[in-house]
Design a protein. Structure first.
Length: 380
């Protein structure tokens, strides 16, 4: 019995150990199969994702706004505010003193050339003239008598003295006539009485202004213009001025008359005087306000571009991004150096470097590089 048990135990052990060995082998086979399957799946995923990565790596074509350069003439317009003045204004004064006796001038009323404006009391001047004439007659008689007595008691010296007295009396007559003539003031031109400076019956001295007259046969409009426009005034046939008054919306053409030859201390402007025939239906006096519009016609405008179209280099030079390419699907930008300036309107103007009719990028040039492919932006 003991021997049988001894011989049967190894066989039972071999049988019981074979079961775990077979399971282990099966697990290894399954594990290797799963690993191969996972590796194969990952490789397939990698290969399928490769074209998408390549597509995403390709650079996109940037849309840009494009403008065509064009050169055209333009009209410049500036507005100025001015004042009306008379063609000429004068303060009339007597050249002799006396009492104001007749003063028919009415402020704001028109006066004709040669009409009476003011008159002094004439009697003192008439008496002075009569006295001068009497003295002249007496001097002339004395001279004639001495000449008749020459050689019979009248000396040559006495005759010369009489001659001098006669000459002086003649001067006195002319002086009295002058005083009488200038004791009356007449209008030197057709005009308007602007102001009476003294009252009637007042006693005034010679040279004291009595009345102010305005010559309104032509109105003058004074405006201050900057130096850049002053260079054109009177010389440029394309420069014209029109005036508009507060009481009317009508525009009246005005003409250049004269300019001050010295700039103002403030603003560096020049005073320009324009002429205007008094418009019918408007009562305009010196001091009236007026708006003047200055127009420069057919000014060469050159090529103007927005500031966003200018590419500025680090050295201060400027360029634009020119569009190159005949195929809309294959457009590229070419950096083109240009020289810029400021137009009469204050816009950026291309002075040289590119011609009219060329297409350039109008905005966002700082984000572009030379030779970059672009496409035309149409709309959102």
């Amino acid at each position: 019995m003991r021997n049988n048990l001894t011989h049967s135990q190894p066989q039972d052990c071999l049988r019981s150990c074979a079961v775990p060995l077979q399971a282990t082998r099966l697990i290894r086979i399954i594990t290797l199969s799963l690993s191969a399957f996972v590796a194969s799946s990952l490789m397939q995923v990698a290969y399928s994702a490769e074209p998408a990565d390549k597509v995403s790596a390709q650079p996109s074509i940037k849309p840009v706004k494009i403008m065509t350069l064009a050169s055209q003439d333009m009209n410049l317009e500036r507005t100025f505010f001015g004042r009306v003045s008379a063609k000429q204004s004068v303060d009339l004064a007597f050249q002799v003193g006396g009492q104001l006796f007749d003063f028919p001038a009415i402020e704001g009323a028109p006066v004709a050339k040669g009409s009476l404006v003011a008159k002094l009391d004439q009697e003192p001047f008439t008496l002075a003239l009569d006295r001068a004439k009497a003295s002249k007659a007496q001097a002339d008689r004395t001279l004639r008598r001495l000449r008749q007595l020459q050689g019979n008691g009248a000396t040559r010296a006495s005759i010369d003295d009489a001659q001098t007295a006669s000459t002086i009396s003649a001067v006195a007559v002319r002086d009295a006539e002058y005083a009488l003539e200038h004791a009356t003031l007449s209008a030197p031109f057709d005009g308007v009485v602007a102001m009476r400076k003294v009252a009637n019956y007042a006693t005034i001295a010679a040279g004291i202004p009595v009345v102010r007259l305005h010559d309104l046969s032509e109105l003058r409009i004074e405006i201050d213009v900057p130096e850049i426009l002053f260079q054109r005034v009177g010389n440029d046939p394309n420069l014209e001025f029109v005036a508009r008054f507060p009481a009317s919306e009508e525009l009246f053409p005005v003409e250049y008359r004269e300019v001050d030859a010295e700039a103002s201390e403030v603003g560096q402007t020049f005073r320009v005087s324009l002429g205007l025939t008094p418009p019918a239906g408007l009562l305009l006096f010196p001091g009236s306000s007026v708006t003047v519009i200055g127009r420069v016609l057919n000014v060469p405008g050159g090529i103007t571009v927005p500031a966003t179209a200018i590419y500025k280099e680090t050295d201060g030079s400027t360029a634009v991004m020119r569009i190159e390419g005949d195929d809309e699907q294959d457009l590229r930008v070419v950096k083109t150096p240009v020289k810029i300036g400021v137009s009469a309107r204050g816009e950026i103007q291309i002075m040289s470097g590119i011609e009219s009719g060329t297409e350039i990028v109008s905005t966002g040039v700082s984000a572009l590089s030379d030779g970059l492919r672009v496409r035309r932006f149409v709309s959102f």
